[in-house]
Design a protein around this ligand. Structure first.
Ligand code: NAI
Length: 292
């Protein structure tokens, strides 16, 4: 069984930085790669702050926290992933961009390495087809934020081997996660069910049924969820939600997945959610008010 001493993570956004943190806390040497130097700087800050919060709460010792932070190396050079035992990809949710990356990675990483994708909805079988190692390609879908959320959804492509599946499952468990296994159909388990709810919340707002606050309060208090669907969409990223809905729409061929025009308009306007300071809600305003 693979030991995963060196773990590569590609994409240092909200998901990749959290996955890199989990890997480092679990004792691996981590190479976190992003094409954008600014994203790497932000990831470094966010990993350090997040580990510090775990230490302050007594959930990690100071030494383990400091070791973990020191074990993450930041890079923009794909060659730095050569020694990785597994690479977990968490870049933009675009099949073309992911396929291009998988094809390049396949030529760079060692033969035994597993290539995992944190994709929310894209076919693992098709990503695997961009490589010459389809039996070593798998979906490893973390929830947001990865250091906190307990679930990892594992998706087997058509050719994923039992060895790859078992090793990836063991790694997720080493990260302290519970694993569920999904077949490779658009949206897998969680987003197949979650995204239609978020889309319906947008339609409810779009058609003037209720205010955003009442839609969220209704679902939060009425169905016992920690946050309403519109706020959750802001936390996930409206661009990510839109991409997943498009994959559900085209992959499952059902008009019920048609993305709500209001969601499309927000994304067109650059209102991508909390990461941009504005989505359905305005986080800059909230931040300014609370800091007064
Ligand atoms: P994000 O927008 O926060 O970060 C993506 C990062 O990837 C950016 O820093 C960008 O510079 C980098 N990137 C893009 N193309 C690249 C390339 N070719 N090479 C290297 N770096 C590249 O996105 P986020 O939210 O972290 O999502 C990443 C992936 O994780 C997506 O596939 C998404 O569907 C999936 N995901 C997202 C969740 C969420 O709640 N946001 C939950 C679970 C999975």
């Amino acid at each position: 069984m693979a030991e995963f001493k060196v773990i590569g993570v590609i994409g240092a956004g909200q998901m990749g930085s959290g996955i890199a943190q989990l890997a480092a806390v679990a004792g691996a040497d981590v190479r976190l790669l992003d094409k954008d130097a600014q994203a790497l700087l932000s990831a470094k800050r966010s990993i350090s702050d997040s580990v510090q919060r775990f230490v302050s709460k007594g959930q990690l010792s100071k030494e383990v926290g400091a070791d973990a932070v020191a074990r993450v190396k930041y890079t923009s050079n794909l060659e730095d992933l050569q020694s990785a035992d597994i690479v977990i990809e968490a870049i933009v949710e675009s099949e073309d961009v992911k396929k291009k990356l998988f094809s390049e990675l396949d030529k760079i990483v060692k033969q035994s390495a597993i290539l995992a994708s944190n994709t929310s909805s894209i076919s693992i079988t098709r990503l695997a087809s961009a490589t010459k190692r389809p039996h070593q390609v798998i979906g490893m879908h973390f929830m947001n934020p990865p250091p906190i959320m307990k679930l990892v959804e594992i998706i087997r492509g058509a050719d994923t081997s039992d060895n790859t599946f078992n090793a990836t499952k063991t790694l997720a468990e080493r990260f302290g996660k519970t694993v569920v296994c999904s077949q490779d159909y658009a949206g897998f388990i969680v987003n197949r069910i979650l995204m239609p709810m978020i889309n319906e919340a947008f339609y409810t707002l779009y058609t003037g049924v209720a205010t955003k606050e009442d839609i969220d309060a209704g679902m939060k208090l009425g169905t016992n969820q920690p946050m309403g669907p519109l706020q959750l969409a802001d936390f996930i990223g409206l661009d990510v939600c839109l991409s997943i809905l498009k994959v559900l729409h085209s992959g499952l061929g059902d008009p019920k997945y048609t993305p709500c025009p209001l969601l499309v308009q927000y994304v067109d306007a650059g209102r991508l959610g909390k990461k941009r300071g504005v989505g359905v809600y305005n986080y800059r305003k909230v931040h300014n008010q609370s800091s007064k």
